[in-house]
Design a protein around this ligand. Structure first.
Ligand SMILES: N[C@@H](CCC(=O)N[C@@H](CS)C(=O)NCC(=O)O)C(=O)O
Length: 206
């Protein structure tokens, strides 16, 4: 399996951490991708030009399958592992985890838009109200995230993996200081960091 990703990508990190937890990481070749480079192969793999994307080689050339986005890949890896590992297989618990994952993916979408506002617009064209609009989304979620319990040593669920990826990405790019809005998550993240394989190795970096 080839995972198109980048060391800074929080969405790519969701997939890497999932693969770590499911014992699949050795079967994945991570291909460093520059989404801003039109000559990078990512636009052939995913016409959206976004990472992560996962390519599964087939028996014959032409049989390869490509999956994106991060949520689809996490589901795929879970199904490869037999299902029900990081996403419950069925019932209300499944949709509760999927919703927690979607909520933190939404935080990451907002966080990425804040980064892109700085990256793609000249300084005199930046729209501060747009940045604030995105930051407000992040803050509203942090204020409602509550006080989740993390069972140290247990397999995290996909909502927990995405929560950790979101908190670390906010630290990395500093869109919002999450500790101001959800200080209770400091202990939670420390427990996650201690227990989840690949946590340190996958922290976002340039
Ligand atoms: N909803 C997508 C978001 C992926 C995404 O925005 N990835 C960023 C990198 S972290 C990207 O590829 N950006 C390039 C672009 O938007 O053109 C997912 O969950 O995979």
């Amino acid at each position: 399996m080839i995972l198109y990703s980048a060391a800074a990508s929080p969405f790519g990190r969701m997939v890497k951490l999932t693969a770590q937890c499911l014992g699949q990481i050795d079967g994945i070749e991570v291909r460093a991708t520059n989404t801003g480079d039109p000559d990078d192969g990512i636009r052939e793999v995913n016409p959206l030009g976004k990472i992560p994307a996962l390519v599964i080689a087939g028996q014959d050339e032409g049989d390869a399958q490509t999956f994106y986005d991060s949520r689809v890949i996490v589901e795929y890896l879970d199904s490869l592992a037999g299902g029900g590992k990081v996403i419950p297989a069925s019932g209300p618990a499944r949709f509760e985890v999927l919703t927690r994952m979607a909520r933190m993916v939404g935080v990451l979408d907002a966080a990425i838009l804040v980064v892109y506002e700085g990256r793609f617009r000249p300084a005199d064209m930046r729209v501060e109200s747009f940045v604030e609009y995105q930051r407000d989304k992040i803050i509203r979620v942090l204020e409602r995230v509550g006080n989740p319990a993390y069972g140290n040593g247990a397999m995290p669920d996909a909502g927990e993996i995405t929560l950790a990826c979101a908190l670390d990405y906010l630290d990395f790019r500093q869109q919002v200081n999450w500790r101001d809005h959800a200080p209770q998550l400091q202990g939670w993240l420390a427990g996650f960091a201690d227990s989840v394989p690949g946590y340190e190795a996958t922290l976002p970096r340039d």
